[in-house]
Design a protein around this ligand. Structure first.
Ligand code: NAD
Length: 254
């Protein structure tokens, strides 16, 4: 769908990394934007930098009331057409460690943020998008963010891979459910991108990560993720699919 003046996108995790890049790309394509991120994030400053038609709602994506507030703010800006799920955490732990078995709360939290949070935004955004008038046969698009860890999870990624596998798996049933409302659902599975999630990683490790990527042999640029979000929105026949964006990377066990 071509974004028009008065169309609005909600982008979770929009204060940083891939979410910020998606918000920037959709804003450049003409959409007003509601950034959803934690109160501790740079959301307010990011919204100010992006423009007067960008708002920040400080909430956890697992909070139904907080996400409903973001949808209400979107309605004040115009017609909600797009929701992009980028909020996520990448905490890692082996299943058996010297300190004992994998912490169960850690597993629960990763699944809660990455999978339950994604579904919370998807369901509330879908309800609002379904109220819009269709344009050229569609009402809007929901873009989720999984990871190639959904398919090639590495050592220490049991929780993360399970959460992202859930996001990948819900893509087709969500697209089927929402087809009668003319809403598409597409999931992007990024490889290794140069975002603040990797900020603490030493240069040597970043070089080693990049050397495993066949072509282009470098980390992904968040702007390339933003470009794909825009392309997914604009491509009317892409639906119910998980698209890898990874330079042909297949992750090794560790
Ligand atoms: N960077 C990569 O290489 C990569 C690869 C594959 C998948 N991903 C996925 O892409 C998404 C974005 O990652 P990124 O690299 O931009 O990370 P990032 O850490 O730069 O940004 C994530 C954002 O999500 C927000 N967030 C975290 N928990 C939240 C919650 N409960 N409620 C609301 N906001 C929350 C954070 O505050 C942050 O602003 C994540 O889902 C991540 O798993 C990233």
């Amino acid at each position: 769908m071509e974004l028009a003046s008065g169309d609005v996108a909600i982008v979770t995790g929009g204060a940083s990394g891939l979410g910020r890049a998606a918000a920037t790309a959709l804003h450049a394509a003409g959409a007003a934007v509601v950034l959803v991120d934690l109160p501790s994030s740079d959301g307010a400053a990011t919204a100010e930098q992006l423009g007067a038609d960008v708002r920040f709602v400080a909430t956890d994506v697992t909070d139904p009331d907080g996400v409903a507030e973001a949808v209400a703010q979107a309605a004040e800006l115009g017609r909600l057409r797009v929701a992009v799920n980028c909020a996520g955490v990448g905490w890692a732990s082996r299943i058996l460690t010297r300190e004992g078995p994998h912490d169960l709360e850690l597993f629960r939290t990763v699944v809660a943020v990455n999978l339950v949070g994604t579904f919370n935004v998807l369901r509330l955004a879908a309800a609002a998008i379904a109220e819009q008038d269709p344009v050229a046969g569609e009402r809007g698009v929901i873009v989720n963010t999984a990871s190639i860890a959904a398919f090639d999870g590495q050592v220490g990624q049991a929780a993360y891979a399970a959460s992202k596998g859930g996001v990948a798996a819900l893509t087709l049933p969500a697209a089927r459910d929402l087809a009668r409302h003319q809403i598409r659902v597409v999931t992007i599975a990024p490889g290794t991108f140069d975002t603040p999630m990797l900020a603490g990683v030493p240069d040597e490790t970043r070089d080693a990560l990049a050397s495993e990527i066949p072509h282009p042999q470098r980390l992904g640029d968040p702007a390339e993720y933003g470009l794909l979000v825009r392309q997914v929105v604009e491509q009317p026949y892409l639906n119910g699919e998980v698209v890898r964006l990874d330079g042909a990377l297949r992750m090794s066990p560790r």
